[in-house]
Design a protein around this ligand. Structure first.
Ligand code: 13P
Length: 258
């Protein structure tokens, strides 16, 4: 049985001054039995901007919420101006990171190779990688969805360190055309790709590991559609942008996932 995960991605939003009010509102919405159930049944996590990490770790701790980075550099230190390493993130109390988000691939030149390298580094250093993949609208309309996600996944799989990884990493399927557009993939469209990814995982890692690894859906996930998405057999949670900025909306999504 895979434990669900709801991960907020704040992207380049919010300031440290917003944290106390956000977590107070979130905490008020998920209280009592629901809070206990949430801790047991759903991993809740927020990927926040670098400047918020250390304070967010403290602000989120009372709710059992993990804080993640949105990116990292694969090397532990060195002449890489503007980059942040895994030891730096760990020092701030961060235990997970998004890797290869489509906005990093689209606007900051990340490739399958850099995503693979970062994933390997995260696994080697005990940081949970949440590896993002997904096709663009042009690719979907050209019938290339499976070919694209297969290629993106294979690059990561071929770079894995030795040893079991099924519990040590998470995949996030985020169709680029659904991100920030209000046009979510239908639950059926999402399930088709999740199912395909799980079959690919089985090829790379074997059936047991494929059955263990969590695959999140991202792209206009909201309180309105999360129940239907989570009802699909291969969808284990959500990677949520816009709706994670609103504590009440995100709390409703967590309560739906219980
Ligand atoms: P939205 O939920 O705003 O569409 O963003 C999805 C996303 O990119 C999460 O990483």
């Amino acid at each position: 049985m895979r434990k669900r995960m709801l991960a907020g991605n704040w992207k380049m939003n919010k300031l440290n001054g917003d944290l106390a009010a956000f977590f107070a509102a979130f905490g008020n919405a998920v209280t009592g039995d629901a809070a206990v159930a949430a801790a047991e049944r759903v991993d809740v996590l927020f990927a926040v901007p670098y400047t918020l990490l250390a304070q967010a770790v403290v602000a989120a701790a009372p709710w059992g919420i993990r804080i993640a980075a949105q990116n990292l550099h694969a090397d532990p230190s060195g002449a890489f101006t503007g980059e942040i390493s895994i030891p730096m993130l760990k020092e701030a109390g961060v235990t997970a990171s998004l890797i290869g988000h489509s906005e990093r691939r689209q606007f900051f030149g990340e490739t399958d190779a850099t995503v693979a390298r970062k994933t390997r580094a995260a696994l080697e250093q005990g940081m949970l990688p949440i590896v993002c993949l997904g096709e663009t609208l042009v690719e979907r309309e050209a019938g290339q969805t499976e070919a694209v996600v297969k290629r993106q996944l294979a690059a990561v799989m071929e770079a894995l360190p030795p040893g079991p990884v099924a519990d040590a990493m998470v995949l996030a399927y985020e169709p680029v055309w659904a991100i920030g557009t209000g046009r979510s993939a239908t639950s059926q469209q999402a399930e088709e790709v999740h199912h395909f990814l799980r079959s690919q995982l089985s090829t790379h890692l074997g059936a047991a590991a494929a059955g263990q690894m969590r695959i999140l859906y991202g792209g206009s996930a909201s309180p309105a559609n999360i129940a239907e998405l989570l009802a699909q057999p291969d969808i284990d949670g959500g990677l949520v942008g816009g709706a994670s900025l609103k504590p009440d909306d995100f709390a409703r999504m967590v309560l739906t996932a219980l």
